[in-house]
Design a protein around this ligand. Structure first.
Ligand SMILES: C[C@H](NC(=O)[C@@H](N)CCCCN)C(=O)O
Length: 427
């Protein structure tokens, strides 16, 4: 980090642009779930095909996200945000305007190739402008605005009911418009970044985030628990909440599309406010692992409530809302405490490689389970294998959080790590 920093007003302007760019990007990511039922009714897509439309976002990133991190280091956050936002826009347009499944899947593939590197570039953008001052809070806020995009996608059947009444395509055209907004915000960020960058007010190279192949597997035990937890938790939360939950609510709880979308959206809405708040809280009390364990425990309880009881869906929604707000708010700062600062980029890159494999696999496996069991409105019991799968994965995630707590998350570890980041990795 250079000694001089960009003016605070410029930093917040960039923060707003990056947050807007994230908003559009997260809207597109979550635009498939609300049209899943329409795609089945009007285009006869199977659950496996619907699952593939989200899985194909993740699958290329099992490899590409490592390359993406290196490109961000080499070409800078602003240029990579702009380029990847353009790729995402092309992918969203191809998804909306393709006449067949292959074209749609290609669109989602393109979107996925752009979107994960876009995620790293936007995190790097916030680090460029807020490094050393309110970084966690700024990241939490940007992530919160991104969640607002996910909330918007779930609310879209209500907000854009006329579009949904016309079928599967107009909602995806709206998603393309949000991708265009994301591109415009990225362009504005790139433009605003030129002055401070030329004036030498921003980091010129992020060597600490470069991938060092020989170091790839040399992390402490606690890091591997965090990686496993990241894979298991994100696989359940994203494959369920972003792909199958709306349909599940429609078919097993008898909700109409708009109500099911609204119910799903409250999880994201809660995260908008709670993610920065939980981050602030953890920083204040200086404890992370216990909060992480609590957040991960909420997920299997919520799934059990949904699958095994006749309780109101509100109960499960509140529990998932807590989990979805708490876990990301803690996971990323905790990662920075578990590894040495100059290996943070490698650590996140590796986590996202495994996470993308998990999310892609979970989408495909859950779709296959539903198809095999004939899950539908006429056969709601057919969703039981999918719920058992998600339940098992989320329990395993909780076990990893407990192991992490015992390995490096006790008070003595976390106090020591606060004094010297990365030292808890030795635990
Ligand atoms: C910050 C974190 N993002 C990720 O983990 C991404 N690899 C996947 C995000 C997919 C939804 N846009 C998060 O969003 O919590």
């Amino acid at each position: 980090m250079s000694a001089a920093q960009p003016p605070r007003a410029t930093a917040w302007l960039v923060g707003v642009m990056v947050a807007l760019a994230l908003f559009g990007n997260y809207y597109v990511y979550d635009s498939i779930g609300p049209v899943a039922d329409l795609l089945q009714q009007q285009r006869a897509f199977s659950d496996s095909q619907v699952g593939l439309l989200n899985a194909i976002y993740s699958l290329p990133n099992i490899v590409l996200i490592l390359v993406g991190g290196v490109l961000v280091d080499r070409f800078g956050a602003a240029r990579m945000t702009l380029v990847t936002a353009a790729v995402c826009l092309a992918g969203a347009a191809l998804t909306a305007f393709s006449p067949n499944f292959t074209g749609m899947a290609t669109g989602r593939l393109l979107f996925g190739i752009g979107a994960e590197t876009f995620g790293i570039a936007t995190l790097a953008a916030i680090a460029d402008y807020f490094g050393g001052r309110s970084l966690a809070f700024a990241m939490g806020l940007a992530l919160a605005i991104g969640r607002l995009g996910s909330f918007g996608a779930d609310m879209s059947p209500t907000w854009f009911s006329a579009a949904y009444a016309q079928g599967w395509q107009p909602p995806l055209v709206i998603a393309t418009a949000f991708a265009a907004t994301s591109f415009a915000a990225s362009l504005a960020y790139w433009w605003a970044d030129r002055g401070p960058r030329k004036a030498g007010l921003l980091p010129t190279g992020r060597t600490a985030e470069r991938l060092v192949w020989r170091d790839l597997l040399h992390f402490g035990r606690a890091y591997w628990y965090l990686l496993a937890l990241c894979v298991l938790w994100y696989s359940v939360i994203l494959a369920f909440r972003s792909t199958f939950s709306i349909k599940y609510f429609q078919h097993t709880h008898g909700l109409d599309l708009a109500t099911a979308g609204e119910m799903n959206s409250y999880v994201f809405l809660a995260a908008v406010f709670a993610t920065p708040a939980f981050g602030w809280l953890c920083d204040r009390v200086g404890r992370y692992a216990p909060f992480l364990a609590f957040g991960t425990l909420m997920l299997p309880i919520a799934l059990a409530v949904m699958a095994l009881t006749g309780w109101s869906l509100w109960v499960a929604t509140v529990l998932i809302g807590i989990s979805f707000s708490l876990v990301p708010a803690v996971m990323w700062p905790l990662a920075s405490r578990l590894v040495a600062p100059n290996r943070f980029g490698t650590a996140i890159g590796l986590m996202w490689v495994a996470q993308n494999a998990g999310i892609g696999g979970a989408n495909l496996f859950a779709g296959w389970l539903n198809d095999s069991a004939g899950a539908s409105a006429a056969n709601p019991a057919g969703y039981a294998p999918m719920m058992a799968f998600f339940g098992t994965a989320s329990v395993l995630g909780f076990v990893c959080a407990l192991a992490l707590w015992l390995t490096a998350g006790r008070r003595r570890h976390e106090v020591r790590a606060a004094a010297s980041p990365g030292r808890a990795a030795a635990g």
